[in-house]
Design a protein. Structure first.
Length: 371
């Protein structure tokens, strides 16, 4: 068992599941009347957690302008919710599940400076009601080339990195002023209800982290600077040049969701992409998870991404944690998924070979205790 808790490994172990939860993981477990699944010789892991995707917002074959992940009409749209766009019967969910990815974080793309709210969900089911883990999960922000390309080309701001930072600051200053005035005793002086500002208030109150899309090292530190200025929790997404400043990021205590680790350098800010980047962040003492950024890389290749990280210098244990327990922790889901531990969801995978060495899919997948 790769429990991803404590020492993380139990040879000849058992997992006891009941009512969709892990009751225990250890050696020589028993329970009267329990159904026994003989997994002798198998390698058992928690279901994998993809901490950053857009699955369900762009169906296979859809172009960027036909999907539902980018509301490219306004650079500030924090009031948007992935909940209102995810298609839970997209076949990519079933493909991900068969490949062992049982939980995903999904939400808006990076066209806007503030794109909207992410959620976390299981990959098995037919409706969000039965698949949802947490909503809202995080607020999405984007730095670098994407907002510039979307708005600058049409003569709108942001057309520069300076404007992107200014747009973000302005939105949070406005939201903070809104919060203060809404809390005033004189009802006549309170501003009208604003869905935008209410959404940003959740970040300012530290109820939601800001997932900040940033590739270049300078964009990463602009993102951190603004997060520290307003005092809200944050996560760096992609962090393509993070390996160039890994020690500095570790000193900041910045969590990074790296990926996609497979694919071409399709834009200038990816020029320093390195297969060993996630490993460099881990060795520096940083907290790092690995993601596919589906549909940039399909969700079903999440384990392959962890294998690539391990093959390029990442500690194998850290690479497996990067798609299980660390991924769950960075997403704020450590109480639900990412480990075979009491109280966690009974999301369990059975492999014929060691997960980081196999070329096969799991031969059994359990989601919430159901095979």
């Amino acid at each position: 068992l790769f429990t991803m808790e404590g020492d993380g490994y139990i040879e000849g172990g058992d997992v006891l599941m009941e009512a969709g939860k892990v009751v225990a993981a250890g050696a020589n477990l028993s329970a009267p009347g329990a159904k026994v699944i003989d997994a002798h010789g198998a390698y058992v892991t928690p279901g994998f957690v993809d901490p950053h995707t857009h699955i369900g917002l762009w169906a296979d074959g859809e172009r960027d302008d036909t999907g539902d992940g980018n509301e490219a009409t306004d650079p500030v749209t924090p009031q948007l919710r992935a909940l209102d766009a995810v298609d839970p019967v997209d076949p990519c969910f079933a493909e991900a599940c068969r490949a062992g990815v049982t939980s995903v974080a999904t939400g808006p793309g990076s066209a806007n400076v503030l794109g909207g709210q992410f959620l976390a969900m299981k990959t098995h089911g037919r409706s969000l009601r039965e698949m949802l883990i947490k909503e809202p999960l995080a607020m999405k922000a984007a730095f670098g080339e994407n907002p510039k390309m979307v708005y600058g080309a049409g003569g709108k701001k942001p057309a520069t990195r300076m404007a992107t930072a200014a747009v973000l600051r302005e939105a949070f200053y406005e939201a903070r002023e809104y919060m203060e005035k809404r809390a005033g005793k004189d009802a006549d002086k309170r501003p009208a209800f604003s869905l935008k500002n209410e959404a940003l208030a959740k970040v300012l109150r530290r109820e939601l982290p800001l997932k900040m899309h940033a590739h270049r090292a300078d964009d990463i530190f602009t993102a951190i600077r603004i997060a520290k200025e307003f005092g809200f929790p944050y996560v760096i997404v992609h962090g393509t040049e993070g390996h160039l400043v890994a020690d500095l990021l570790a000193r900041e205590g910045a969590a990074v969701i790296a990926g996609p680790l497979l694919g071409a350098r399709t834009k200038p800010e990816l020029k320093n992409a390195d297969d060993g980047g996630a490993g460099a962040l881990d060795r520096a003492g940083g907290k790092v998870a690995v993601a596919t950024d589906h549909p940039e890389l399909p969700c079903r290749f999440l384990l392959l991404s962890a294998q690539v990280a391990a093959q390029n210098g990442m500690d194998p244990g850290a690479a497996l944690r990067a798609v299980t327990s660390t991924a769950a922790e960075i997403c704020g889901l450590e109480g639900r998924v990412g480990a075979l531990a009491p109280g966690r969801d009974a999301d369990v995978l059975l492999y014929e070979e060691e997960p980081l060495e196999t070329h096969r899919k799991p031969f059994a997948v359990f989601v919430d205790g159901r095979r």
